[in-house]
Design a protein around this ligand. Structure first.
Ligand code: PMP
Length: 404
C-alpha cells in the first residue's frame, strides 16, 4: 500500500489548518474525495449535464448511460443479483426511511415487534419509532456490553413469530464494532423476520456480499465511501421490493397516470421518483472504482494497522479511557479524557490542525447507556498514516498537560 501515492490523489489533504499540515481523522463522519471523483462532477456539469431516462438527445443519452453505469458498478460492488435491486437514494438515512415507510407500513401490524440494537445511529432508530407509533408495534433493543459487543443471547430471546423486522448496523460509527450480521440474519430468518443492514460505516472498509450475507435490505452512503454527499444505495431483495408500495409519488416512478388510477414503474424506478441526484450518482461510480482499485482487503489491512497503533499509543496516555473495545472493529477509536470535556479536546486539537469528531455521534442512547455525554472520536481511512497518529498523540499529551 503506497499511502504517499494515494495521498496525492486527495487534493484537500494538502493544506494547512491553523498553521499546520491538516491531519484529517474524522472519516467516520465523511471521508475525503479523490481527484477522479471531483473530476467526474466537473465533467458532468461541463460536458453532458442533462436530465436522464426520457431524453432522446445526445447529452441525455450520455447522462443516462453514466447514471446507469453506477447502478451496474454498485450491483457488482455488493454482489446483488440484479440491477433491479439497486435503488438510488440520498444516503443511508433516506434508505432506511424508505424501508420503514414502505415495508413497515405495509407489513408491520399491531402487536408486532421490530428489533434494533443499542449501538444504532439515530437514522436506524427514529424511522422504526415512526412505524411503531403508527402501527402500535413494539421496539425491542439488543443490549450492548461494556466492550461494545451486542448481546446475542438476549437477541435470541427477543426473536419470535411477532418479530417482523430486525435492523442493525454492519459496523458502528461510534465505536467501530463489527457486528456478526450473518448470524443475526440467519436467526431472524428462522422466525420469518426480514433484516435491514445499515452499511454506512462498512461501505469503504468491509467486504459486502449481500447474497452470501442473505440480508433483505442493505444501505450504503456514497459520502462515507470517498464519493459525493447526497447519494446512496438501497439494496433490496427483488421479491420484497416488488411487493412493497412505492415511497414518493411523482415522475419516473409511474407507468401510466390518469386521474382515476396510476400504475407504477418497474424496479428499480418504482422507488426513484423525481429527478435524481444525477451528478453525484455518476461520481459515486468513480468512488467505488477507487475502492476496487486498491482492494478492500488491502484497505482494511492498512486501516487495521493504524487502529492497533493508535489503540496502543492512546491507551498509554494518562487520563485517556478508550470507549468500546470490541474484538472485531473497523478503524474507529472513541475515547474520553478524565476531567476535560470532549468539545475542548476537539477545539484544541483543531488549533493544531487535527480534525476529530466530538459529541454523541448520532448515538445518544448508546452514550446514555455508557453514562457519558459524548466522546472524542478519531477514525481512519486509507490515506492516514502512523505519523498522523503520532501527531494526534502528541497533541493530546500537550492538551492533558496544559489542562492539568
Ligand atoms: N448509519 C451509520 C452507522 C452512519 O455512520 C451514518 C452516517 N454517519 C448514517 C447511518 C447516516 O447516513 P447518511 O449520512 O448517509 O444519512
Amino acid at each position: 500500500m503506497d499511502v504517499e501515492r494515494i495521498r496525492k490523489e486527495f487534493p484537500i489533504l494538502h493544506q494547512q489548518i491553523n498553521g499546520r499540515d491538516l491531519v484529517y481523522l474524522d472519516n467516520a463522519a465523511t471521508n475525503q474525495k479523490p481527484k477522479k471523483v471531483i473530476d467526474a462532477l466537473v465533467e458532468y456539469y461541463t460536458g453532458y449535464n442533462a436530465n436522464i431516462h426520457r431524453g432522446i438527445h445526445t447529452l441525455a443519452e450520455r447522462a443516462t448511460k453514466a447514471f446507469e453505469q453506477t447502478r451496474e458498478t454498485a450491483k457488482q460492488f455488493i454482489n446483488a443479483g440484479s440491477t433491479e435491486e439497486i435503488i438510488f437514494t440520498r444516503g443511508v438515512t433516506e434508505s432506511i426511511n424508505l424501508v420503514a415507510a414502505c415495508y413497515g407500513n405495509a407489513f408491520v401490524n399491531e402487536g408486532d415487534e421490530i428489533i434494533i440494537s443499542t449501538i444504532e445511529h439515530h437514522s436506524n432508530i427514529v424511522p422504526w419509532q415512526f412505524v411503531c407509533e403508527r402501527k402500535k408495534a413494539k421496539l425491542k433493543v439488543i443490549p450492548v456490553s461494556q466492550s461494545g459487543e451486542l448481546d446475542l443471547e438476549v437477541y435470541k430471546s427477543f426473536l419470535s413469530p411477532r418479530t417482523k423486522v430486525v435492523a442493525v448496523n454492519h459496523a458502528s460509527n461510534s465505536l467501530g464494532t463489527i457486528n456478526p450480521v450473518k448470524e443475526i440474519i440467519k436467526l431472524a430468518h428462522e422466525v420469518g423476520a426480514v433484516v435491514l443492514i445499515d452499511g454506512a460505516q462498512a461501505g469503504a472498509h468491509l467486504e459486502i456480499d449481500v447474497q452470501d450475507m442473505d440480508c433483505d435490505f442493505y444501505c450504503l452512503s456514497s459520502h462515507k465511501m470517498y464519493g459525493p454527499t447526497g447519494a446512496g444505495i438501497l439494496y433490496g431483495k427483488k421479491e420484497l421490493l416488488e411487493k412493497m408500495p412505492p415511497y414518493h409519488g411523482g415522475g419516473e416512478m409511474i407507468k401510466e397516470v390518469t386521474f382515476d388510477k396510476t400504475t407504477y414503474n418497474d424496479l428499480p424506478y418504482k422507488f426513484e421518483a423525481g429527478t435524481p441526484n444525477i451528478a453525484d450518482v455518476i461520481a459515486f461510480r468513480h468512488a467505488m472504482e477507487f475502492i476496487n482499485s486498491l482492494g478492500k482487503e488491502n484497505i482494511s489491512a492498512h486501516e487495521h494497522e493504524l487502529l492497533l497503533y493508535a489503540t496502543e499509543k492512546l491507551s498509554r496516555l494518562k487520563g485517556v479511557r478508550l470507549v468500546g473495545q470490541a474484538k472485531y472493529k473497523v478503524a474507529v477509536l472513541a475515547f474520553v479524557v478524565e476531567g476535560i470535556h470532549h468539545f475542548d479536546i476537539g477545539q484544541m486539537l483543531d488549533a493544531r490542525g487535527i480534525a476529530v469528531r466530538t459529541g454523541h455521534h448520532c448515538t445518544q442512547p448508546l452514550m446514555e447507556c455508557y453514562g457519558i455525554e459524548g466522546t472524542v472520536r478519531a477514525s481512519f481511512s486509507v490515506y492516514n498514516t502512523k505519523k498522523e497518529i503520532d501527531q494526534l498523540v502528541e497533541g493530546l499529551e500537550r492538551i492533558i498537560n496544559f489542562m492539568k
